[in-house]
Design a protein. Structure first.
Lengths: 238, 507
C-alpha cells in the first residue's frame, strides 16, 4: 500500500483552479520528486498535503487515513513533517531553539538522540547552535529547516525546493544529505524541485507537473533520459 | 567668513539653500503653533497674531542649522559653540515670551531677566554652560572616521555588560524596590508614585506576554484592566467579598474576557488585529459608561473596600468592633503610611509574580510556541503547533495579569470610573512595552519609570513636561529605535556560560 496516496485532488485559490485533478503515490522508503516550471502548482500540491489550502475535490490518504479534511497541526502529528518553501525558520530564535520547536510534538525522551542525529547529518548546525537562525547563510538555514523537520520524527518528509538560492556546492551537499536521510534514517521523502537534474538523479521516481496537471511520470533515470523532459527542464542546464 | 568657507566642501550658495529650506520648514511648523493664539476678549474669542514668536523660531532654526553645518564641515569649534548658544538663547526667549502674554515687543526678556534678579541670572548662566558643554562634547566626537565606531563600540560594550549581568541587574532592581519604602518611608508622594509606576510595570509585563512574546498587537489592553477593577468593585459592593477572594476572581474574569476577544481575532494579523483590539477596548469602556444600573455609568463606583492585612487586621484609624487594627497587631503606633506601604508591597509582589510567571512560561513549551508564533505562523502550524490554543492562551494569560492589576487599582483608589480606562491608557501601556524593547522584562521597568515616573516627578514644569516628554520620545526613536533594551537571549544555554555565549554570538 502506498504511504501517501493523492486521488483526483483539485485545489482552488478563490476562483483559480491551481490543481486540476492530481493522482500520485509515494511508497514507503522512496524518494519521489515532483518537477515543473514556475507556477505549475508544485508547492500548492505539497501544501495541500499539509492541509493549507484544503482539498476542494478528491482526497489524500496517509497510511490509509484520509487527511484531506484535517487541520495542518494534526496532520503533522501523524508523522508528516515538511521543510516549507522559503525555509521559514524562526529568524530571531537560536538554532537550538529552532530545533526544539521542531520536536514540540514529540516525547522529550527522544530529544537528545534526535538532536545528535541531526548534528551528525549537519555538523555545521552544531557549530552554530547558539547563533540566531536569521543571521546564518542560506545553506545553513536550509540545513536548519530540514533538521527542524527531522526533529519531529517524520516517516514522510516533504521538502519544498531545498536548493532554492543556494550555491551549487551547497546544493550538492544538501542533496547528498537527503539521500542519507532516506537510506539511513528510513524516512520517505517527497521532494518538490525546480532543479530537475539533481532531483531526478536522486529520486527513485519522478512526476512532471504542468499547469496543475501531472503530464508524465516514471523512474528518475527514465525521466532524466526522456527527450521531452530534457528539452523542457534540462537543456542549457548541467 | 570667507576663509572658513574655502575650507568647506559646500559653496556659499549651497549653504544658503540649505538654510532657506530649514527656514521654510520652521515657518511651516511654527506658524500654526506659535503664530496664532486665541484670546478671550469681551467681544468673544479672537485670534491674536504673534509674529515675534515665529520670527524667533525661524532665527533659532537657521542659527542652529548653521551650527550643525559648521560641525559637519569640521570648521571652528568656537564658532559652533557660539552659534549654538545664540540658538539656545533664542529658544529660551521664545519659551519665555510664549508664556508671558503681556510684555510683548519690549526688549528681549532674557536680558531683563538677567538684570532683574541674581537668581535668574545664575540659572541663565548655568543654562549657557550646559549648552556649551553639550556642544563641546558632541563636537569633540566629530572626527570623520572615529565617531560611528566609537559610539558603536560603547553600545556594544554596554550590550555585553547588560546581557552577561541581566540576572544581577534584575536582582539589584528587585532589592532596590524592596528597600524603597525604608528610604522614602515618610514621603507620601514618593510611595504613591512608586506604587503607580509599579502598576504600570505590572501592566507592561502583562501586555508583554501578548505583544512582546506572542507578537499580537493589542491596543485594547486597558479593557482587561477595567474588567479586573470593576469585577473587584462590584463583587465587593454587592456580595461583600474580601479583596483576597476577589483578586483571583478578577483575574479569572479578565482571562475569560481575553478568550472572548481572542476568538474573533484568531484570523487577524498586524493592522487588522490592532484595529479590532482597539474596538474591543472601546466597547468595554462604552458598556461601562452606559450600563448605569450595574456600573454606575460615568459616576463610577465609590468607596470601594480597602484591602485588609491578609484578613487579619485593618489599616483604618477607627475600626469596627471585633476587628484588629494593624498597628495594634504589631504593637506599633498608628500611622496612615502603613496602608500605603502595604499597598506598595502588595503591587510589588503582584508585579514580581507576573514577572516570575512570564519568565517561567518562556522556558516552557507554551512560551516557546508563543515566540515561534510571533516569528512565523505557517511554520508553526507545519510543526504541529495549534495556533488557536496558543493565541488564546496568550490572550488569556496576558489579560489575567491585567485583571489582577485592575483589582489592585480599584482597591488602591477606592473609586473607579470609566474615565480611568480610556484608550490613552492602552496607548501608554503599549508605549511602555515598545519603548522597553519587545519582550524585554527589564526594559519594561525602565520604560515605565521613564513614561510614568518622570512626567509625575516633573509636574512643576506644567505644560513643558509634555514638551520634554516629546523630545525624549524623539530621542529614543533616533538612538534606540527598537526599544531601550532590545536584545532577546536564548532561553536555554546548553552548558555554556552566558558570557561565552554572548561573546561567541555573531551580531
Amino acid at each position: 500500500m502506498a504511504m501517501l496516496k493523492i486521488e483526483g485532488v483539485h485545489t482552488f485559490y478563490g476562483n483559480i483552479e491551481a490543481l486540476k485533478g492530481i493522482d500520485m503515490e509515494v511508497n514507503e522508503g522512496e524518494i519521489v520528486t515532483l518537477i515543473g516550471a514556475n507556477g505549475a502548482g508544485k508547492t500548492t500540491l505539497l501544501m495541500t498535503c499539509c492541509g493549507a489550502p484544503q482539498v476542494s475535490k478528491g482526497r489524500i490518504l496517509f497510511e490509509g487515513t484520509d487527511i484531506s479534511r484535517m487541520p495542518t497541526h494534526d496532520i503533522c502529528r501523524l508523522g508528516i513533517q515538511q521543510s516549507p518553501e522559503g525555509r521559514r525558520i524562526f529568524p530571531r530564535m537560536s538554532v537550538f531553539e529552532n530545533l526544539q520547536m521542531g520536536a514540540c510534538t514529540q516525547d522529550p525522551k527522544h530529544f537528545d538522540s534526535d538532536l545528535e542525529m541531526v548534528f551528525d547529518l549537519f555538523p555545521r548546525l552544531k557549530e552554530r547552535i547558539t547563533q540566531r537562525a536569521g543571521t546564518m547563510s542560506g545553506g545553513e538555514q536550509q540545513m536548519l529547516a530540514i533538521g527542524r523537520a527531522l526533529m519531529g520524527r517524520p516517516r514522510l518528509l516533504l521538502l519544498d525546493e531545498p536548493s532554492l538560492g543556494l550555491a551549487p556546492l551547497v546544493v550538492k551537499q544538501i542533496f547528498e544529505t537527503i539521500k542519507k536521510i532516506n537510506k539511513e534514517n528510513k524516512v520517505t521523502v517527497f521532494l518538490v524541485e525546480q532543479n530537475a537534474f539533481h532531483a531526478l538523479k536522486l529520486a527513485h521516481r519522478g512526476y512532471v507537473m504542468v499547469n496543475g496537471n501531472i503530464t508524465m511520470s516514471g523512474g528518475g533515470a527514465e525521466l532524466l533520459a526522456n527527450p521531452e523532459v530534457r528539452a523542457a527542464y534540462l537543456e542549457g542546464g548541467h | 567668513m570667507s576663509s572658513l568657507l574655502t575650507s568647506s566642501r559646500l559653496t556659499p550658495g549651497e549653504i544658503v539653500k540649505e538654510l532657506a529650506f530649514f527656514a521654510v520648514l520652521a515657518v511651516m511648523m511654527s506658524v500654526m503653533i506659535l503664530g496664532v493664539e486665541t484670546v478671550d476678549r469681551p467681544t468673544g474669542l479672537e485670534l491674536a497674531l504673534r509674529w515675534d514668536l515665529v520670527l524667533i523660531a525661524i532665527c533659532a532654526t537657521v542659527v542652529g542649522r548653521l551650527a550643525l553645518i559648521v560641525r559637519r564641515e569640521h570648521l571652528s569649534r568656537l564658532l559652533q559653540a557660539i552659534l549654538i548658544v545664540i540658538s539656545a538663547l533664542m529658544v529660551f526667549e521664545m519659551f519665555v515670551r510664549f508664556r508671558d502674554l503681556d510684555d510683548r515687543w519690549v526688549s528681549p526678556v532674557t536680558f531683563d531677566m538677567a538684570t532683574q534678579s541674581v537668581g535668574r541670572a545664575i540659572f541663565f548662566i548655568c543654562l549657557i554652560a550646559v549648552v556649551f558643554a553639550i556642544a563641546y562634547f558632541s563636537a569633540s566626537k566629530g572626527r570623520p572616521t572615529g565617531e560611528e565606531d566609537d559610539t558603536k563600540k560603547i553600545s556594544a560594550k554596554l550590550q555585553v555588560v547588560y546581557r552577561t549581568n541581566t540576572k544581577k541587574i534584575g536582582m539589584f532592581g528587585i532589592a532596590f524596590f524592596i528597600i524603597f519604602p525604608l528610604i522614602f518611608g515618610e514621603n507620601r508622594s514618593a510611595i504613591d508614585l512608586a506604587t503607580l509606576v509599579m502598576i504600570y510595570i505590572m501592566l507592561g509585563w502583562g501586555l508583554n506576554i501578548v505583544v512582546g512574546l506572542a507578537g499580537l498587537l493589542d491596543l485594547g489592553y486597558v479593557a482587561f484592566y477595567a474588567v479586573g477593577a470593576y469585577s473587584y468593585a462590584l463583587l465587593s459592593q454587592h456580595f461583600g467579598l474580601s479583596f483576597w477572594l476577589c483578586l483571583p476572581m478578577a483575574g479569572l474574569f479578565s482571562a475569560s474576557f481575553g478568550i472572548m476577544l481572542g476568538f474573533p481575532v484568531l484570523r487577524l494579523r498586524g493592522d487588522y488585529l490592532a484595529i479590532v483590539t482597539l474596538g474591543f477596548g472601546e466597547i468595554v469602556r462604552v458598556i461601562l459608561i452606559n450600563w448605569y444600573n450595574l456600573t454606575g455609568g460615568p459616576d463610577g463606583i465609590a468607596s470601594i473596600e480597602r484591602p485588609s492585612f491578609f484578613g487579619l487586621a485593618d489599616f483604618s484609624r477607627r475600626v469596627p468592633e471585633g476587628v484588629t487594627r494593624f498597628s495594634d497587631l504589631f504593637g506599633i503606633e498608628y500611622s496612615s503610611m502603613h496602608r500605603l506601604i502595604f499597598l506598595y508591597y502588595l503591587i510589588l509582589i503582584l508585579a514580581l509574580v507576573t514577572n516570575f510567571v512570564t519568565m517561567r512560561l518562556r522556558k516552557l513549551p507554551i512560551g516557546r510556541a508563543w515566540e515561534a508564533l510571533r516569528e512565523d505562523e505557517i511554520a508553526c502550524r507545519s510543526l504541529g503547533i495549534n495556533p488557536t490554543n496558543t493565541k488564546l492562551s496568550a490572550f488569556a494569560i496576558g489579560a489575567m495579569f491585567g485583571g489582577f492589576a485592575g483589582a489592585f487599582f480599584a482597591t488602591r483608589q477606592g473609586f473607579i470610573s470609566p474615565e480611568s480606562f480610556t484608550f490613552l491608557e492602552s496607548a501608554v501601556i503599549l508605549a511602555i512595552v515598545v519603548m522597553g524593547g519587545m519582550g524585554s522584562q527589564i526594559g519594561v521597568v525602565l520604560a515605565a519609570i521613564v513614561m510614568i515616573g518622570f512626567p509625575e516627578m516633573f509636574r512643576e514644569l506644567a505644560e513643558y513636561r509634555m514638551l520634554i516628554f516629546g523630545a525624549g520620545m524623539v530621542a529614543i526613536m533616533l538612538w534606540r529605535p527598537r526599544g531601550l533594551l532590545s536584545f532577546r537571549d536564548p532561553t536555554i544555554l546548553l552548558g555554556m556560560s552566558k558570557k561565552e555565549k554572548v561573546a561567541g554570538e555573531k551580531p
